[in-house]
Ligand binder design. Structure first.
Ligand SMILES: NC(=O)c1ccc[n+]([C@@H]2O[C@H](COP(=O)([O-])OP(=O)(O)OC[C@H]3O[C@@H](n4cnc5c(N)ncnc54)[C@H](O)[C@@H]3O)[C@@H](O)[C@H]2O)c1
Length: 252
């Protein structure tokens, strides 16, 4: 019996990085987890790992930029487990580093539609399911780069800022209906996205570590445990909150 026993969580990007670690921690703490993502093999491997440890999970393939795909994901979650209590929006895209003038329209649109429309689609289809069961909790995964400007990431920074505002709006809209909506703003976390973005070299990691007063980059379990707390009843009076998980990288 864990603190999430009997509860159902959808984790987008649950087959990689922060989302995958969140899926592992939720399952270990009793939740039935719907691991949602694009990559089937990684999704099946994540579910197998959860099941090997006695947890319960299914994988559903989704493209969060497509509202019909997200609607189908939520339907499959309800068909499998009867309800949805938690949503973690961890799927996201960073795109290539390019200044405002040099960013291509295609890259810009991909990042914005993934991060903003994707998170919005998931909230749009999950919140009605939460209302049916008297409430729930949502955690969106934004970034410190959604609060602090970072050159070369115009689409990423503005879309993560947009995710923060999506969070705050929904938090106000559903506060009285017992749905809490919070957002984490991670600094650099050692995931496939970070490795791709930074190039994965020790020099790049050392450079990114300089942004974090703690003196290192973060690990996926350190982001996941913040997400779990925000989902948990321990955070019952916390909604609309932007939580930095960034080793002291100052977020105004
Ligand atoms: N790693 C970091 O340093 C860092 C820092 C700040 C914020 N974040 C955010 O954390 C979240 C998780 O990223 P991560 O670092 O674990 O990287 P990751 O690459 O391991 O995970 C991101 C996942 O999102 C999935 N995804 C992308 N577009 C999708 C789509 N259209 N439909 C479904 N899935 C899609 C990818 O396939 C991947 O599995 C992202 O939103 C990212 O922006 C990461």
């Amino acid at each position: 019996m864990g603190q999430f026993s009997g509860k159902v969580a959808i984790v987008t990007g649950g087959n990689s990085g922060i989302g995958q670690e969140t899926a592992y921690q939720l399952a270990a703490d009793g939740a039935k987890v719907v691991v949602a993502g694009r990559d089937l093999a990684k999704g099946q491997a994540t579910v197998a790992q959860i099941q090997a440890k006695g947890g319960e999970a299914i994988f559903v393939q989704v493209d969060i930029t497509q509202s019909a795909s997200v609607a189908a994901l939520v339907r499959q979650a309800v068909d499998a487990y009867g309800q949805v209590n938690y949503l973690v929006n961890s799927a996201g895209a960073v795109g290539p580093v390019a200044n405002t003038v040099d960013a291509t329209e295609e890259d810009f649109n991909t990042v914005v539609t993934t991060n903003i429309n994707g998170a919005w689609h998931c909230m749009k289809y999950v919140i009605p399911e939460m209302l049916k069961v008297g409430g729930g909790a949502i955690v969106n995964v934004a970034s410190v780069i959604g609060v602090i400007a970072f050159p070369g990431l115009p689409a990423y920074a503005s879309s993560k800022a947009g995710m923060i505002m999506l969070t705050k709006v929904a938090a106000l809209e559903y506060a009285k209906q017992n749905i809490r909506v919070n957002v984490i703003a991670p600094g650099s976390i050692r995931t496939p996205m970070f490795m791709d973005f930074s190039g994965g070299t020790p020099e790049a990691e050392a450079y990114m570590a300089t942004f974090h007063p703690i003196g290192r980059i973060g690990e996926p379990p350190e982001a996941a445990s913040a997400i779990l707390w925000l989902l948990s009843d321990g955070a019952s009076f916390v909604t609309g909150h932007v939580m930095p998980v960034a080793g002291g990288w100052e977020v105004p």
